[in-house]
Design a protein around this ligand. Structure first.
Ligand SMILES: Cc1cc2nc3c(=O)[nH]c(=O)nc-3n(C[C@H](O)[C@H](O)[C@H](O)COP(=O)(O)O)c2cc1C
Length: 394
């Protein structure tokens, strides 16, 4: 159990707004596999265009989402209503609107509250509303209906104004889902906090472009879209960047954080919480590997609590922040890899890194010269047999 913005969650797992939360059947699956909550698919009062799910996918790496089928308000309200009746999930209503139409934001939020949503998730993250246009043709090219999603999330003044409007319009908590496509997400998170946000939510969502076919005029390697936009990155390649964003926000604000981006295992979720997240979101991992991923993550987090003797999730939230300091304040410790000669199979992989002359092969075994070691640790990561471990000099 974890209390977040005054709402009791049975565990920290939230299914991120996506195709996974676009229909009642999937909400039922999310519930069945142990998630505490879900954020329903992005809703507009009336969506500006009707897309279809189109994404570039790279195994074990990432997905770039250029296009998706969003929801008009009526569809979204029906989903929230059904979701509350047929599941035990806590539901975030993921909504966006033209950022100068504050009445529209208020209307959308109130309607979702009345339909039964437990929290509002103001979407200031999606690049497929207007940021993809802004990235190509500049701010001045944006039409009214494109002033939402990540375009809003880049503008602290608008974030604050919209958040304030939402807070005045509904009684349920307001969570602002921020774009990482900014200089400093701590600044935009503070704007949300000033507007009265109860929490912020963070995802990968860095705008990205796909691989192209170098033998076919540079055509993107995916054929179900005519053209390509600066789409939204999801999946494991965003995880480390999201740790950084969450820690940045945790240091600069006093509101709780929902952290997501590339979380594939229970350990990933726990690390995200150690960097300051109170709840975690998962999308890509379940899209690739199925709902069982969610079950494994939830059970893994519960097992971890017991194994470590923690009484609650709060016992480890933000634990890693104590190690965070400016580069100039870091202290380099001396060390080098040591070789377990029984495990070394003489493959020479550890001796290859171009910047390193600290490892030599003698009689088909790796030998390390500590005084030459730069401490990068790459050899340890490369070793296929686990024969190398980093030794820290006392
Ligand atoms: C196909 C797809 C559609 C998405 N649609 C939405 C959306 O409607 N609203 C939203 O806030 N985020 C949306 N996202 C972003 C996810 O909610 C999530 O924050 C992001 O993918 C990072 O998590 P992950 O690395 O676990 O996928 C979408 C992601 C994917 C892959």
């Amino acid at each position: 159990m974890i209390k977040f913005c005054g709402v009791n969650f049975k565990n920290p797992m939230v299914i991120a707004s996506s195709p996974l939360t676009s229909k009642i059947e999937w909400l039922i699956e999310a519930d069945r596999h142990g998630a505490a909550a879900a954020s329903t698919k992005l809703a507009f009062i009336k969506q500006p265009f009707y897309g279809k799910l189109r994404m570039h996918t790279y195994r074990r790496n990432s997905s770039i989402i250029c296009y998706d089928r969003r929801k008009d308000m009526d569809e979204s309200l029906k989903l929230i209503d059904e979701g509350k009746k047929r599941t035990d999930l806590i539901l975030f209503a993921n909504i966006t609107n033209d950022d100068y139409d504050l009445d529209g934001w208020a209307y959308l939020a109130k309607a979702h509250e009345n339909a039964g949503a437990d929290l509002i998730e103001a979407n200031m993250v999606c690049p497929n509303v207007g940021l993809s246009t802004k990235n190509i043709a500049g701010e001045e090219s944006l039409s009214g209906s494109e002033q939402g999603g990540a375009v809003t999330g880049q503008n602290p003044e608008r974030i604050e104004a919209i958040t304030r409007t939402l807070k005045e319009s509904v009684d349920i908590p307001v969570v602002v889902k921020l774009t990482p496509n900014v200089d400093d997400i701590g600044v935009t998170a503070r704007a949300a906090e000033r507007g009265g946000a109860d929490a912020v939510c963070l995802a990968g969502a860095q705008t990205s472009l796909p691989l192209v076919d170098i033998y076919d005029e540079g055509r993107p390697k995916y054929y179900l879209l005519n053209g390509v936009s600066h789409g939204s990155l999801g999946g494991p390649s965003t995880k480390l960047m999201c740790f950084s964003h969450v820690a940045n926000i945790a240091k600069k604000t006093n509101i709780p954080i929902v952290g997501g981006g590339g979380l594939e295992s229970a350990e990933d979720c726990i690390m995200m919480m150690m960097w300051g997240a109170h709840l975690v979101t998962v999308c890509t991992a379940a899209m690739w590997y199925g709902w069982e991923v969610i079950q494994r993550q939830v059970r893994g987090m519960e097992d971890y609590l017991k194994k470590m003797g923690y009484g609650s999730y709060y016992d480890f939230i933000g634990k890693s922040l104590q190690y965070l300091r400016s580069s100039s304040k870091l202290e380099a410790l001396d060390g080098w890899p040591v070789v377990d000669v029984d495990k070394c199979n003489g493959c020479t992989i550890c001796a290859k890194p171009a910047h390193c002359d600290a490892i030599e092969m003698i009689d088909k075994k790796a030998v390390v010269y500590p005084d030459k070691c730069l401490g990068c640790g790459i050899c340890v990561s490369l070793c296929p047999t686990g024969a190398l471990t980093m030794h820290v000099a006392k």
